[in-house]
Design a protein around this ligand. Sequence first.
Ligand SMILES: Nc1nc2c(ncn2[C@@H]2O[C@H](COP(=O)(O)OP(=O)(O)OP(=O)(O)O)[C@@H](O)[C@H]2O)c(=O)[nH]1
Ligand SMILES: [Mg+2]
Length: 342
Amino acid sequence: MLNIGKGLTRLQRLLEDFQRKDRRSLAKLITLIENDSPLKEEIIKKLHFTTKKARIIGFTGSPGAGKSSLIDRLVKTIRQRGETVGIIAVDPTSPFSGGAMLGDRIRMQEHALDEGVYIRSMGTRGNLGGLARSTKDVVKVLNAYGKDWIIVETVGVGQAELEIMNIASTTTLVLTPDSGDGIQTIKAGIMEIADIFAVNKCDLPGADRVATETEMMLDMQYHKKAWRPPVIMTSSVTGEGVNELLEAINEHHRYLQENNIYLSIQKEKAITEILDIISSYWQKLICQHLNGKSQVSFLLEKVANQKMDPYTAATKIIEILATPGSLNTAEGKKEMISDALS
Ligand SMILES: Nc1nc2c(ncn2[C@@H]2O[C@H](COP(=O)(O)OP(=O)(O)OP(=O)(O)O)[C@@H](O)[C@H]2O)c(=O)[nH]1
Ligand SMILES: [Mg+2]
């Protein structure tokens, strides 16, 4: 078992390798984040002040819509311009994490040997701090690594995906003519998060209809908004529309910058992130006091025995834990850190 000092020294070395753009250290840092390591806090603290320039963009849509294939096409164009990319493929339904998922590995294998492209898949397993939270932190690591572009792909249309997509500043919703992706079947939340609509597989019949329906829906909903999402027909097979898609992504970025929306989005993100950190701190603290003969567990017993209501107990617990000197988390933290790198 390592002691806290050794753990931090190794982290220091890892961060030095990272600054030298060593790919293995990048992978190691991401794994520590995925595992919700106690070193995560140190990592994020250190990386917060490094220069970041990445454009963070998201792709979402039904399974098999062609997100990975489309990203693959975009990456080719981005690489031709000499810019670098980090891709995070998030699948909340998959237990796999770490390397690329099989499908994505096959579709993006061409880039696997390219130093300028880093691909990482994330599933539910191992992401103890929550998938959306881990994804956010992995984006930070890739950004600090110096990537010009970070692309987040996520499958599906649920709450978890919405949260993940909030990380991106420009989100493309990928629709297709072959999966019954009628516009009426798409949930409201997903429609609202989309800044761009890509009607992919436009080499197949029915794409025109999907595009027309989408335009009609946008005409009804977006006439008052400053940014009206463009609808772009794409095909990852023929390459049609890929340049237009990239241009639309750039256009949206310019729109955010010129209208100062970018900065207010960053502020909103900071608030959400801090609230999230505070609430997980509290939860961790309270959990540390649940066992044993602490005042907290005494209060819990009272609630269980109907001698106190949960609201009064919660207020008292906050009072107890917020009193200076009442927290003794240093020991627990030391232990966790010493385990993290062993
Ligand atoms: N005809 C046609 N097929 C496509 C197109 N884009 C992707 N496909 C095919 O659609 C299938 C799914 O493509 P993926 O890129 O894996 O789709 P995905 O949305 O990333 O899939 P998941 O990550 O599994 O949700 C593959 O068989 C692709 O070859 C396209 O533009 N036209
Ligand atoms: Mg995919």
